[in-house]
Design a protein. Sequence first.
Length: 377
Amino acid sequence: MTKIELLIVICLALFLFGAVCNVVKIDKLALKDVFEKHFLIGAALNDDIVSGKDPQAAEIVEKQFNTVTAENVMKWEKIHPKLNKYDFDASDRFVDFGLKNKMFIIGHTLIWQSQIPGWAFVDSSKKLLSRDAMLARMRDHIFTIVGRYKGKVKGWDVVNEALNDEGEFGKTKWLETIGKDFVAKAFEYAHEADPKAELYYNDFSLDKPAKRDAAVRLVKDLQAKGLRIDGVGIQGHWGMDYPIREDLDAFIDSIGALGVKVMVTEMDIDILPVASNYMGADINIKVDLQKKLNPYVDGLPDEVQKKLTDRYSELFAQLLAHKGKVSRVTLWGVYDKTSWLNNWPVRGRTSYPLLFDRNYQPKAAFYAIIKAAEKTK
Ligand code: G3I
């Protein structure tokens, strides 16, 4: 072998060694380690993940995350389907999964106007319950569930989506039967049921000024009543151009100033065309409209992938810049294939909102948010 050939062989060997090291290094990257000094990082889990039907997703969760939220199994219609019947099979599996992996377990959600059966608000003759009867039913629901997982579920989304965009309480059966203090009552009961559990208010669009101010008033009101509230979660179903930077900053600052935790509780980024923009347009050319609304069935073009990656990077950099104020970021799902955004607001689309792709592989956005953390000292 000539000297030049020897040199080529050595270079090749070094190159291969470097590549192998790099693969091993990438394989070792775990979000929970990368973000350890900044905030908890987690995902919402469906039952397939915790029941063993989706072991590849479970493997990602075990490796990457230190907090988990129940995506659906603790909602009223699932956990309390009939008046005197609770069904804990799936929620027990979820909690056991979190305990086994020593994760910070979030219960989602105790009081919400969606995914709750109609019987919950009426008596046996289908008449709307009185305030006292509704309070008793709410207390039973909260005590039964929070009591069962006392000391195991560390934080509860006590009330979900009670406010509207105008900053008022939305018109719900909770408001109608109990009155505005249904929120305070829910927090009171949850605290009685597990005095050590953290208690949160959770909602979307809290970056919008009117809604943000209403959340601030809500927290202050609970605090003035001497009730426990530990944090506010902004859901984080975000897009390419919302929330705007200033609004998200203002939300984090104003909730942080109240001395409670600020959390991003249901993060995903929707890159698909905004369906409402197409309302009324091309409506008679159905196939064409479907293509417009669902353009990436065969994969994301590079330039779109890059836009998504940059958006993830930008949003994480912004959250990280609020040093210590954001206590948790939870992704709303583990990988693209099972995201709720494949079926909302249009059914059957191919959506790309999360950090892992349809084949369980980390996306460019995964590496981009790690870089964002590395840049934040
Ligand atoms: O499990 C049934 C299945 O048996 C049935 O065949 C199928 C037919 O449609 O429905 C399945 O249930 C669906 C369930 O998700 C599980 O996939 C429900 O129809 C569907 O409504 C439900 O959607 C959930 C939605 O909340 C409503 O509860 C989404 O998965 C869940 O991601 C979403 O999460 C909410 C948060 O709780 C609150 N914030 C907004 C967020 C997104 O909407």
